[in-house]
Design a protein around this ligand. Sequence first.
Ligand code: HDL
Ligand code: ZN
Length: 425
Amino acid sequence: MSRKELARQVDRIIADQPVTDLHTHVYAPVFGASPKPGGLLLWGIDELVTYHYLVAEVFRVVPASVLPYEKFWQMSKAAQADHIWKHLFVERTPLSEACRGVITTLDKLGLDPNERTLTRYRRWFAAQDASQYIDKVMALANVDQITMTNAVFDDQERALWDSLGPKAAADPRFATVLRCDQLLTDWPQAVTKMAAMGYAVATDLSGASLNELRRFLSDWLKRTKAVYLAMSLPPSWRYPDPANPLGDRIVREALLPVLAQENLPWAMMIGSLRGVNPALKDAGDIGVRADVLSVAHLCRDFSGNKFMVTMLARENQHELCVVARKFGNLLPFGCWWFLNNPSLIEEMTRMRLELLGATITPQHSDARILDQLIYKWTHSRQVIAKVLTDKYADLKEAGLKITKKMMKRDAALLLRDNYRNFIKK
Ligand code: HDL
Ligand code: ZN
């Protein structure tokens, strides 16, 4: 078989393998859909074009000295989208990954990506029904389940959980996740919110605080039917941290015992430094090198717990692979945020396969807007297939017989089964 034929076969097998998307910010329609005010499910051309990645990029073309941040934020969503489309897609070539993603999405939806205004796209999206459109997007992206990010300390979302009840976790197309960064990044705020929910937790962990914190975690893991517990942690986070004994106790005496009892993973997303340019709002964060040794300490000291870890700094990726070689209770996943670009997905996927074989989950979409599933998975599948083709070619060169059955098994492990097996209770 020629190299070209091998590549064609791998591309097909990767394209045909359904993905379970383990981390997104996409919501089931029961949480309300844009443009309904307060709707958490974002979709359609105006949301696509005002994705916070593109907001950051348009301020490089039209700087705040020309269009002040506050003026931009006062513009309507449509006016913001028109501004971004003009400057990033019409007057300049949409070369960046976030720009190319919009072009790929429009193309896969059967729309002409060469429009000079958003008018025709708006008309097309206005004719779509949100829930049916979810099925269309999932089919185009070949995603069998979308994993939400359910932020328990977000008052707006928690109010929806209170009003929706079990309906909030009832859409089989979506899995739920308990997201609670503040337990480790803003403990006082977390205590205030838990107290308001009726959990007698004190900031100094006195009295029945630990029992109450465990009760809070158990209650919300059960209520949301969470498949894992997630936190995004800053580059300064350490475990153990002599400077933060309280944080160590929260991890050791509440978080990990509850997760071990429920046999649920802790997904740690490490290295995000929030609000470096606060005027950009969601677009104002950066990624900074974090501490992989803290991950190793947790995997070693809590062998009964499962850890899913993704790190934001390119510099942390090799170290994380090496630590994962030492701990089978660690699942490295995804090319997160500023790493979700073809050049870095390729570098990381090669590194991971060479150090860990097909025991990792190479990608998640992190989609914030439903339609993004189409481009994020189209682009990632292309890169993952390219790397696998090289690996299979190397093995064939050494005389190994590579069968379609083997390639299909590997594709299933990488795109779905490693993750699904890891979260199995
Ligand atoms: O904290 C996170 O889950 C990050 O993914 C942030 O939401 C970030 O803003 C993002 O959307 N990255 O893709
Ligand atoms: Zn995210």
